[in-house]
Design a protein around this ligand. Structure first.
Ligand code: GLC
Length: 448
């Protein structure tokens, strides 16, 4: 079987692990034309052409090397499960992969991500944001290299806010009031107030973390692994999201929206406000894609009266598979993509915030992304999701809870929250969790 064919079969074979092992056994590090093959697994990017160009550049500068890509669906949750299955099978057809900021502890403790200490040395880590490097650090080792950082932001229709004399809302209730006033004035049945990500997947955790923490509640205690979903403030914040956002400012369709669908509504002119990651700026202001190009402003997300604005820390990192037979070449690719030149390229072309601090003083980056200067602080202070080797299992409990609380107008939020707290406590106990945010005293084995 040719390597290209094999790549196609790889995803299909995930459903039949035995088949995957057979295919992997036929693994090749060389193409039929003698090229050295480097296998790179990622999600479906928002701007595929930008990635195509970056990879073509790497190939041009590394004659004789060909990057074979496997592209999974866009959802972080779906991509995680496909990738984890491959790594669990010790599939040697993965050399390098993109890793969500919340995965390194799981991938390190499971032995899937290669420890990179000898490549990504402390002096090479210094130019990156500390929080991003910390996310890649597990029990003193380093398992990934930050490609870009991210944080939730509020996009708004500058033209509409101006027409009604509004400043970007500082509180969630203000956002709802402004949206209602604008909708009443515009009399456009296709204009909604708010668009965000409320489908049951990883993005829902980010959206709800922002809403809950911005009301002054806590979500997670790193030392015990406990969650505080049933604390009154947390319940109140979820009730607000159910009744005022999902049930009022936003169309009910948001319950099925991930980033692309929610962005689409906004750039079609269908929403006054939109929560998304920084890349949405490029898309919303690109006249080839957006009906509202030039009419979009961006600000920190709102908070509740007695809280403060919170952005969930997002971002993607690059890691080398522990089962790669091509480690030197894999590292060359990671180093190339995460270097200053390519981080600048991605910032200019895809509007993603670099993980390297120096680029925030780069005039071209700032000209293209004027909001980076003011919002750098938002990215830097963004609130991380829990860092634990069992984050994925924890996230599934949170996703299920948020989704059932939001999608049924009569849901008994307090009791659903209590049940979710019990489930997360049982999970923490099962994993023997007694660690801190660096995972240093996680005492269980993974997977259990
Ligand atoms: C973005 C973030 C990532 C997050 C995901 C959720 O891709 O960078 O960290 O998990 O959105 O949808």
């Amino acid at each position: 079987m040719s390597c290209a064919m094999r790549a196609v079969f790889q995803w299909a074979a995930l459903l039949v692990p035995a088949l995957s092992v057979l295919i992997a056994a036929a693994g090749c590090t060389e193409g039929e034309d003698g090229a050295r093959l480097l296998r790179f697994v990622s999600w479906k990017p928002n701007q595929p052409e930008v990635w195509d160009e970056a990879i073509a550049l790497f190939e041009r500068e590394n004659p004789g090397v060909r990057v074979v890509r496997e592209i999974a669906p866009h959802s972080s949750t779906v991509y995680h499960d496909l990738l984890a299955q491959k790594l669990k099978n010790r599939d040697p057809s993965v050399d390098v992969f993109l890793m969500d900021v919340v995965w390194p502890h799981e991938f390190a403790s499971a032995g899937w991500a290669l420890r990179l200490d000898e490549f990504f040395t402390p002096d090479r880590r210094a130019p990156f944001f500390e929080a991003a490097v910390e996310a890649d650090t597990y029990r003193g080792g380093i398992y990934g290299v930050p490609l870009y950082i991210s944080g939730g932001l509020l996009y708004y229709r500058k033209d509409l806010l101006r027409r009604y004399g509004f400043e970007p809302p500082r509180t969630w209730p203000e956002l709802v009031r402004q949206a209602e006033a604008i909708r009443a004035g515009e009399k456009d049945p296709d204009l909604y107030g708010y668009s965000a990500q409320f489908k049951q997947y990883e993005g829902l955790v980010c959206n709800m973390q922002e809403i809950i923490l911005s009301g002054g509640a806590r979500l997670f205690d790193a030392a015990s692994g406990r969650t505080f979903l049933s604390a009154p403030r947390a319940v109140e914040a979820v009730r607000f999201a159910r009744d005022e956002l999902v049930g009022r400012a936003a169309p009910r369709g948001v319950l099925a929206y991930q980033e692309p669908e929610s962005l689409d509504l906004f750039i079609q002119g269908g929403a006054v406000f939109h929560r998304n990651w920084p890349y949405a700026w490029e898309a919303a202001n690109n006249p080839a894609r957006s009906k509202v190009a030039g009419k979009v402003g961006v600000a920190p997300l709102p908070a509740f009266e007695d809280g403060g604005a919170v952005a969930a820390l997002g971002g993607w990192h690059m890691a080398v598979s522990s089962f790669s037979r091509n480690v030197e070449l894999a590292w060359r690719f990671v180093e190339f993509m995460t270097g200053e030149r390519m981080q600048k390229f991605f910032a200019l072309r895809a509007g993603v915030p670099p993980a390297r601090r120096s680029l925030y003083a780069d005039p071209e980056v700032l000209e293209r992304n004027p909001h980076f200067a003011a919002l750098r602080e938002v990215f830097e202070n963004a609130s991380p999701r829990p860092r634990t080797p069992y984050y994925t299992a924890l996230s599934h409990i949170l996703q299920k809870y948020f989704s059932s609380a939001l999608s049924d107008r009569r849901s008994d939020i307090a009791s659903l929250a209590r049940r979710a707290d019990e489930e997360t406590a049982a999970l923490a106990a099962r994993y023997g969790y007694g660690g801190n945010s660096a995972g240093a005293s996680f005492s269980g084995s993974f997977p259990p």
